[in-house]
Structure formats: C-alpha cells, structure tokens
Design a protein around this ligand. Structure first.
Ligand code: NAD
Length: 497
C-alpha cells in the first residue's frame, strides 16, 4: 500500500509549503529496515522563520482574537479532515513506528481523534471570562469614610507562542495532544517531531492548509537537537510543551530557564502494577502481559514493575509466561502480529544492555531475553520477564522502553505501596484485587498521576493525565486541559461610581 503522507517533501511555515534547506533524511520502517520516504529537514534559519511566523500570527493575526466558537468551528474541520484520512494515518503509524495494527487503530489514531473532539467540546463550554462576587473593602485613603464596592472579572487569554517538541512512540497522538488544546486556546505553535517519525507531524501541514487555519498559526518544522534547542531558547517563544524522555525534559527546562518560559513536560515512567493476594491471577497476568507488549513496551505509562504478592507469585510467573508465549512477534503489516519491533537499533541495544544488567544483578530470566529466531531484518526483541527482581536493581529503577517486565515480590499492602512509590517516576499505576474498596484506598496512596484499578480505563479523554515527580509537570486531557495554554488576567473595577 502506498502511504500518501510519506510523499510529503516540504515543511509548513507561515501557511506555505516550504522546501527544506537542510536536505532530506531517510525514514526507516523499523520492522523491515526499508526506507519509507525521504523526509524534509529544516535548517536553523527555517526554524527561526517559523518562530517569527508564529509570533506575528499571535501578535497581529486573527486567531487569538477569535471567539472560542469561531476557533471551534475550524477545529471541527480538523476532526473531519483527520477522520477522512484515518486509514492512511493508521498505515503510516504501522510503517513509521512499527506498532501492531489493533493498537495502532485504537490507541494511536482513533483515541487521539476522540481527544481532539473532547478538547473542542470542553472549549465550547469554557467561559472565557468569569465574574467574581463583589467585594466590599475599606477606602484605604479615607478609612473612616464610605466603603468601596469593587468588582473583578477574570479573563482567560491564550498563553502565546508555543513550541511543541515530541517523541517517537505515539507520534500522531503526541502531536495532536499539543495542537488540539493549544490552538483551541488561541495560541500559535511551532511543532517539531522526533526525527524518527517526521511524517506524523508533517501531515498536519496538509490538514492546516485544507481547513483554512490562518497563516502562521501552526508551523511544522523538523530536525534534531539543535533545532529543538532553538525552539526552547528563542525569546519570541512564550511556552514549551514537551513529551519525551526525563533527561531531555530536564535539558529543555534548563534551556527555557534564561528566558523564563513556561514549561509543560510529559516524561517517562516506571509504573507499578500491584497484584494483591486476592487477585484473579489469570486476569492480572493477562493484563500485565497485554500492557507490556503494547508498542513493544515503548509506552510511557506501561506498568513495567509487576509487584506480586509472594503467595501467588509462582502462579503469576507461570501464567504470565504461558500468555507471553502466545504473542506473535513480527512485521505489523501482518494484521495477526501482536508485537512489532523497537524503533531503531540504538533502542534495541539499550534494551539488550538492560537485559544483561538484570542477569548480572541476579534477577531470574523467566522468558525472552534475546531476539526472535529466524528474523534477520528489523529491530525486534523478545518479550522478556524477570522474576526475583529487587526494587533497587537498575532494571527496576530505570525506564527501559522495551517489552521487559520486572516481577518483584511483596508480603503486605504497606510493602507494596512502599515499593511502588520507591521510584523517581510517578506517571501511572495499576492495582489488581477482588477487594475494590481496599484497592481504591491503595490507589490514593500511590504517588502517580493516574492509577488503574482492576483494568479500569475510564473515559480517558475526559480525565487529566500527567506525571508526579520526574514524570513531568502539568496535565494533558481533562476538563481543564485548555488552562495549560491560557493566562488568567484579573480586571478590577469600581462599582457604583
Ligand atoms: P526524547 O526525549 O529522546 O526526544 C523527544 C524529542 O526531543 C525529539 O523530538 C528530539 O529531537 C527532541 N530533543 C532532543 N534533545 C533536545 C534538546 N536538547 N532540546 C530540544 N529538543 C530536544 O524522547 P523519545 O525517545 O523520542 O520518546 C520516548 C520518551 O518519551 C520516553 O521516555 C517516554 O516515556 C516519553 N513519553 C512520555 C509520554 C507522557 O505522556 N508522559 C508519552 C509518550 C512518551
């Protein structure tokens, strides 16, 4: 199948298709190692031009000055344009990321479009200003005289020019999760995707053109670290929103500090699933293996530490290993494949390094640990489980970003919560128990931005998601999503004179 997006040979700056000044870079299908396209690469000058365009569009263009409803009507057209291209986007993600088809359809493409729908819906409900109750205060200049009555209106205004920088693992989702709320709030944006997955961002240039976004509102550039640095340091940028690794997140914060930009960070995780003594072992093991295999473990919120009550740990290990053996690993162009490759050789080398670390630290390898037999192309790795892991091991503390699960035993609920919280991350968590009330109590004790109880997924578009500790700053999704991209201004006025 030809994927139309891999033919895109231009950047999108100030409402125009622009030829790249830094040439092109081959984009590889990680399952086949074949080139899927030669993507345009922006020069530093072009990043500068894109920032200038976003600044001009913010300072003098119509977008920030439109009523919420007017912007919503244009963003509705974005939803329609994405839905019309849904199959092409799915095919792109399968080729660009190497993610299995079922996961791609639901989690990489359809859910993100639903998130955009919910952003628009919430934005329509959002009051752009709020009147506070009247305030009666003494007159400071004449304390014995008549008192003052004062009114206050709080106005929510778009934050300004936003740089958005995103990672490779759920590229369409990550890009849309920046574009949707920022644009709905009235901001203008320069978006730079991961060099591994440029087309999932470049496609938004076509969409912007089609739906008639005013020039300069959404600019798409490409490139690597240097171009990203420019987006974090330029004085004309008001805010950086970033989804990627903890290390780059910290660098971005430092880069943004001299100009005191607002930073919104969605970073890595090492989330824990607690499997209590009373849990349904079959269900818990199926959940754990299912999560770990999503996008070959390249998911920020996947519970990669499996904390299992020692009384049921042998049964859990045996069940999880049997379920893992059913996963078909291969090229996700085949719809029956359940788990694709890692993104690049460098990521496979990192995963293999951690597997070696786990073995040398004394953890017991219960399945996987190598490369699938008979596959000579693609950056594949086996689904891997370690038992007898202690939480101080590197494999339990670091984000590996591959399908590697660490099983850690515990003897009491207190112990489980303590181990779950003994992490520098705090993105997500999960609890499996037949005592839902106890599970809820434990969920409240987990220091993480979300906790899934007995496989609950909730209404994700409507719930805020984000990190505690080194998993990030700020929230995406939920009823107050737009507020990340807004400033609040209080206007005080006298009443009655
Ligand atoms: P990464 O941090 O390596 O790169 C992300 C982006 O940052 C890329 O576009 C890259 O070019 C850019 N970049 C690198 N150095 C930069 C610099 N100095 N200044 C500006 N930009 C720079 O991340 P990745 O490997 O592509 O993505 C995987 C990571 O993302 C994992 O850690 C994962 O947990 C995290 N992630 C988090 C969430 C979340 O919602 N919390 C979601 C998805 C992925």
């Amino acid at each position: 199948m030809t994927i139309s997006f891999t033919q895109i040979d231009h950047l999108y700056i100030n409402g125009e298709r622009v030829a790249p000044q830094a040439g092109t870079e081959a984009v590889i299908n990680p399952a086949t190692e074949l080139v899927i396209g030669e993507a345009p690469v922006a020069s530093r000058t072009q990043v500068d031009t894109a920032i200038a365009a976003a600044r001009e569009a913010f300072d003098n263009g119509p977008w920030p000055r439109m009523a919420m409803d007017e912007r919503a009507a244009i963003m509705d057209r974005m939803v329609d344009a994405l839905v019309a291209r849904q199959e092409d986007i799915i095919a792109l993600i399968v080729a660009e990321v190497g993610c299995a088809q079922g996961i791609t359809r639901m989690m990489q493409v359809m859910n993100p479009i639903n998130h955009l729908r919910s952003t628009i819906k919430y934005a329509r409900r959002e009051e752009e200003s709020e009147r506070l109750p009247l305030d009666i205060t003494p007159n400071i200049f004449a304390p014995d005289g008549p008192k003052n009555i004062g009114g206050t209106t709080v106005v929510r205004e778009p934050f300004g020019v936003v740089s958005a920088i995103t990672g490779y693992n759920f590229p369409f989702l990550l890009n849309l999760a920046k574009i949707g709320p920022a644009l709905m709030a009235g901001c203008t944006m320069v978006l730079k995707p991961s060099p591994f997955t440029p087309y999932s961002a470049l496609l938004f240039g076509e969409i912007a053109e089609e739906i008639g976004l005013p020039e300069g509102v959404l600019n798409i550039v490409t490139g690597g670290i240097e171009e990203g640095q420019l987006l974090c340091t330029d004085e004309r940028v008001d805010m950086v929103t970033f989804t990627g690794s903890e290390a780059v997140g910290a660098t971005i914060m430092a880069q943004a500090a001299p100009t005191l930009k607002k930073v919104h960070l969605e970073l890595g995780g090492k989330s824990a699933m607690i499997v209590r003594e009373d849990a349904d072992v079959q269900r818990a093991a199926a959940m754990a293996v299912g999560f770990l295999s999503v996008n070959a473990g390249q998911g920020c919120a996947i519970p990669t530490r499996l904390l299992v009550h020692n009384s049921i740990r042998p049964a859990f290990v045996a069940t999880a290993t049997a379920i893992a053996a059913q996963i078909k690993v291969g090229d996700p162009a085949d719809p029956s494949v359940g788990m694709g490759p890692l993104i690049r050789e460098s990521q496979r080398a990192k995963v293999e390094h951690y597997i070696a670390l786990g073995k040398s630290a004394g953890a017991s390898l219960v399945c996987g640990g190598g490369r699938p037999a008979g596959v000579d192309k693609g950056f594949f790795t086996e689904f891997t489980l370690f038992d007898n892991v202690t939480n101080d091991m590197k494999i339990a503390q670091d984000e590996i970003f591959g399908p590697v699960g660490c099983i850690i035993g515990f003897d009491s609920d207190e112990d489980a919560v303590r181990i779950a919280n003994d992490s520098r991350y705090g993105l997500n968590g999960a609890i499996e128990t037949t005592d839902a009330a106890k599970g809820y109590e434990m969920a409240l004790q987990i220091r993480a931005g979300s906790v899934s109880l007995n496989g609950g997924t909730g209404t994700m578009s409507f719930a805020p998601i984000g990190g505690y500790k080194r998993s990030g700053i700020g929230r995406e999704y939920g009823p107050h999503w737009l507020r990340e991209y807004q400033q609040e201004k209080s206007v005080f006025y006298p009443v009655g004179r």
